[in-house]
Design a protein around this ligand. Structure first.
Ligand code: ATP
Ligand code: MG
Ligand code: MG
Ligand code: MG
Length: 351
């Protein structure tokens, strides 16, 4: 009998559309010849309003790639009865309410195995402030930063200027202002002046209670994929090149705006160091199954800084994570199969 894989996609996140694209690619891989005899797909679509749908609509969303919104039961959260048929969950969700430990907590309570990081790994991997603290503790080099809350940003007009003064005293322009819990560069701004800083902080506060301001670096952007649970492997390293000011949402998702170079044209010793750091970062946040670790390589000084970890990175056929593994000898359908096996292994050896 086939293992029933619950594909969980969409989600209450700014990365809803990206999640649908990832889910389509994973569904296709599960239908590939080598997997079709082992797995049966049960699609579950989480609408932008948070409602779960099973059955025909999720199937339709997978086929068309278009988000769907059914307005019934808007404020009534209920799990479809089909959840009881799932043997293993594949949460294909990016960003808050999916990649951050919330869904992982629910699935843990259901006592059904799932692919990827658990509650702690997901939460630490999502929150850029907590993540940076974990990286710091692990001795991983990173940019200087300051952590803020929405309450501070939206505090009375006497406090806010002092806050900006403190940031300007601690870091040199340009800065990157980011909501702490997001992805796909949503809500991120590069700022070069006090005026831009104030506007960016205000904007970031609309996305998240927690905000981070980082010192901007001039560097090449390189990424490494990790696969495994307690025994982990790092992929070959890839580089992203683009012409825009930084790797923003538009650059990420407009065809032809960014190029992925795999392997990255960097010295072998640098690659090896990046792979090492990627494995350390994975362990530092207690990730499991998969993660993509993003780095800055400052060519002028040879410095490698860790930027972030993504516990559920973009997973379309052209995304960096599966491409890094494909070039490292694991084709897409096999990668998906391995992730399911890792999910089963972790969840059965866990308690
Ligand atoms: P992802 O889609 O990878 O999850 P994200 O939304 O978590 O992205 P980051 O990776 O932190 O965001 O930043 C997005 C992009 O912004 C980076 O790829 C880089 O181009 C630029 N960037 C972010 N922080 C810095 C920095 N401190 N210095 C220079 N560039 C930066
Ligand atoms: Mg990220
Ligand atoms: Mg992300
Ligand atoms: Mg990133």
């Amino acid at each position: 009998t086939k293992l029933r894989v619950g594909l969980l996609f969409g989600g209450r996140s700014g990365e809803h559309e990206v999640s649908i694209s990832s889910a389509r690619a994973i569904a296709k891989a599960l239908s590939a010849e080598e997997n079709a005899s082992k797995y049966e797909i049960l699609p579950f679509y989480i609408q932008k309003n948070g409602c779960w749908l099973a059955g025909e609509i999720p199937q339709q969303v997978l086929e068309t790639g278009t988000p769907h919104l059914e307005d019934k039961n808007l404020n009534r959260w209920k799990l479809p009865e089909q959840v009881t048929q799932v043997d293993i969950w594949f949460p294909i969700l990016h960003g808050p309410n999916g990649e951050d430990g919330t869904i992982q907590g629910l699935l843990t309570l259901m006592q059904v195995p799932f692919v990827g990081s658990g509650v702690l790994g997901s939460a630490l991997g999502m929150d850029k402030i907590a993540m940076k603290m974990a990286f710091e503790q692990a001795g991983l080099p990173q940019v200087k930063y300051k952590a803020l809350t929405r309450a501070e940003v939206w505090s009375n007009p006497c406090v806010f200027p002092k806050l900006c003064d403190e940031i300007e005293a601690a870091l040199d322009y340009p800065f990157f202002v980011k909501p702490a819990n997001l992805g796909s560069s949503v809500g991120i701004a590069k700022v070069r002046s006090r005026q831009e800083l104030e506007a960016a902080l205000d904007n970031a506060a609309t996305y998240d209670r927690r905000i981070i301001v980082e010192a901007g670096v001039v560097a090449r952007e390189v990424e490494c994929a990790v696969l495994g649970n307690d025994q982990t492997k790092a992929s070959i390293v890839g580089e992203i090149t683009f012409n825009s000011d930084f790797y923003d949402y538009e650059t990420k998702y407009t065809v032809g705006q960014a190029d992925l170079l795999i392997p990255a044209p960097i010295p072998d010793a640098v690659s090896r160091q990046i792979q090492d750091m990627a494995l350390q970062a994975f362990a530092a946040v207690d990730a499991a199954g998969l993660a993509r670790v993003d780095f800055f390589f400052v060519e002028a000084t040879g410095e490698i800084l860790i930027n972030e970890i993504n516990t559920f990175p973009g997973f379309t056929a052209t995304s960096m994570y599966p491409q890094l593994w494909a070039e490292s000898g694991i084709p897409f359908p096999e990668l998906v199969d391995r992730l399911i096996q890792l999910g089963l292994e972790r969840n059965s050896s866990h308690e």
